[in-house]
Design a protein around this ligand. Structure first.
Ligand code: SF4
Length: 330
């Protein structure tokens, strides 16, 4: 591990100043991903700025009925909070499906969004990897790519984003609040993570000197009927091969509102707008669910070992929608 300076920020401005003056500095919260990456020398910050003393640990309801998740609230606390359990079950389910209880007790909400891909080659510093070392190539495209992306890939990178939480946030239209040297701004979750394109080294649109302060969940009454369905190789402590987050509102048997996102299939949580358009106003039948899934996966590209994900994604969409529709009509 590269030697680094440890700085403990006592307030927001001190944290921002420390990272602004050092382009090689990184914020650290729970450190559940960053420390691993530093041990493997994938990340080599010259300074880590500990932000755990900052006042971003609360979960509160705001006057407009939205819910604010503090950036430094731990994943276990967030997942089990009564406001989330009642109003946004998809988020609770996604967060409880992630990692181990020990990791969830330490990992922060902001860190969850900022965790990096689990592509094997990204962690192997002897392998070519455009995300770790721009311009070096991508070992996964012609290598072992069973866990890799099928949507939104580029010739530079086919990695997936590993977060379950972010997939649920995508269907809830969450907004990431950030503070930077030049002031604050709000980033809709759909614009927070990036597709790889020609710059796979950039996972998000967050600036180096920007700090996440909270993640806001808009009031969404029909989100009480929501579900996170995760398919993985073993029942715990495994990343999604494919996951589906759904929020569904029916009127009689017709779909009045639907939001759908996929995890494990792209470089970012994949909001399934094509499927949503196909479903709006349609009857809640297995045939219509399958047609919507087919439409969404039309642009999918398979690599040598991950073709199974295309059919798996379609079936997981159908199963998630069917489960929620049956619950709604019961
Ligand atoms: Fe690196 Fe992306 Fe290729 Fe994996 S898929 S080796 S992260 S460039």
């Amino acid at each position: 591990m590269r030697a680094f300076t440890y700085t403990r920020a006592t307030d927001e401005q001190a944290a921002l100043n420390a990272v602004f003056r050092n382009p090689e500095a990184k914020f650290i919260g729970g450190g559940t991903n960053l420390v691993d990456l530093m041990r493997e020398e994938v990340e080599r910050p010259s300074e880590v700025v500990d932000i755990n003393a900052l006042p971003f640990k609360q979960i509160n309801e705001l006057p407009d009925g939205s819910v604010r998740l503090g950036a430094l609230a731990r994943n276990s606390h967030t997942a089990n909070h009564p406001l989330l359990r009642q109003r946004y079950p998809v988020l609770t389910q996604a967060m409880l499906s992630a990692a181990s209880p020990q990791l969830r007790n330490l990992a922060t909400n902001a860190g969850n969004l900022l965790q990096r891909t689990r592509c094997y080659y990204f962690y192997d510093i002897t392998a070519p990897c455009n995300k770790r070392q721009p311009g070096s190539g991508c070992a996964a495209i012609h290598g072992v790519n069973r866990i890799h992306a099928i949507l939104g890939t580029s010739e530079q990178c086919i990695a997936t984003h590993p977060s379950d939480m972010a997939v649920a946030l995508a269907v809830l239209d969450a907004v990431v609040q950030v503070q930077g040297s030049n002031g604050g701004r709000s980033i809709p979750i759909e614009k927070f993570h990036r597709l790889p394109g020609d710059t796979p080294e950039q996972d998000t649109n967050l600036g180096h000197d920007e700090l996440i302060t909270s993640i806001d969940l808009p009031a969404l009454p029909f989100a009480t009927n929501s579900l996170y369905l995760k398919v993985r190789d073993r029942p715990s402590f495994a990343f999604a091969l494919v996951s589906v987050a759904v929020v569904l509102e029916l009127e009689d048997d017709k779909i009045k509102n639907v939001r759908l996102a996929l995890g494990g299939v792209a470089h970012k949580p994949w909001r399934a707008h094509t499927a949503e358009q196909a479903l709006l106003g349609a009857s809640a039948t297995a045939e219509n669910f399958r047609q919507a899934a087919e439409a969404e996966l039309q642009t999918a590209i398979a690599y040598e070992h991950n073709a199974f994900k295309i059919e798996l994604a379609k079936r997981t969409i159908v199963r998630a929608l069917t489960t929620l529709a049956e619950r709604n009509l019961a």
